[in-house]
Design a binder for this molecule. Structure first.
Ligand code: AMP
Length: 187
């Protein structure tokens, strides 16, 4: 089962992805984590993306798409992909379709965790204390949310007519969201 978790930064995509990894024996494909890992390892890519990441700006499609491809084409992960933070734009959604088609895969479920800006700001302020992410300061949070509204939210139109698209109130407690997802997945 390939699943997309979609929603603004701080909607709880990562939390639900980690849960689904355990429950379904899946693989979390968090482009944010993959990119942070490049920075941690101080790779050439890491050096190129560090400023954009810290400022809450998108990393270029070329870089994100090429890193993503390795995961989509990994035979061990095939059919068990749980996308968290990708796609973030219409062009990325199109790229994902191409990659999945050419590896004989499809998206089985899309879950949109819908949360308003005020809740996001409060949650990310708490996450900054817990996870010490350099892109979680207030200005950057707001910039990331605005980029979501401008560039990422239009991706909803791309998916929302599909019968496998489900909107979930992301302001609910973590367990309640998990229960909703489980009910759709029938697991
Ligand atoms: P996240 O962990 O999903 O909140 O992502 C953290 C940061 O990584 C974002 O603010 C972007 O700078 C970068 N990033 C993650 N995923 C993508 C993506 N699909 N496209 C472009 N940049 C991304």
């Amino acid at each position: 089962m390939n699943i997309i978790l979609f929603g603004p930064p701080g909607a709880g995509k990562g939390t639900q992805a980690k849960y689904l990894v355990k429950k379904l024996n899946g693989h979390q494909i968090s482009t944010g984590d993959i990119l942070r890992d490049e920075i941690k390892k101080d790779t050439d890519i890491g050096k190129k993306i560090i400023n954009n990441m810290n400022e809450g700006k998108f990393v270029s499609d070329d870089i994100v798409n090429s890193l993503l491809k390795n995961h989509v084409f990994d035979p061990n992960k095939k059919g068990k992909l749980i996308f968290d933070g990708y796609p973030r734009s219409i062009s990325q959604a199109r790229n994902l379709d191409l990659l999945l088609n050419s590896s004989n895969q499809k998206i089985d479920y899309i879950f949109f965790l819908n949360v308003n800006k005020e809740t996001i700001v409060e949650r990310i302020k708490k996450r900054k204390i817990l996870e010490k992410r350099t892109d979680d300061d207030l200005d950057t949070i707001i910039k990331r949310y605005d980029t979501y509204v401008e560039t990422t939210r239009p991706v909803l139109d791309y998916y929302s007519k599909n019968s496998n698209f489900h909107e979930i109130d992301g302001a609910m407690e973590i367990d309640q969201i998990t229960n909703k997802i489980e009910a759709f997945l029938n697991v």
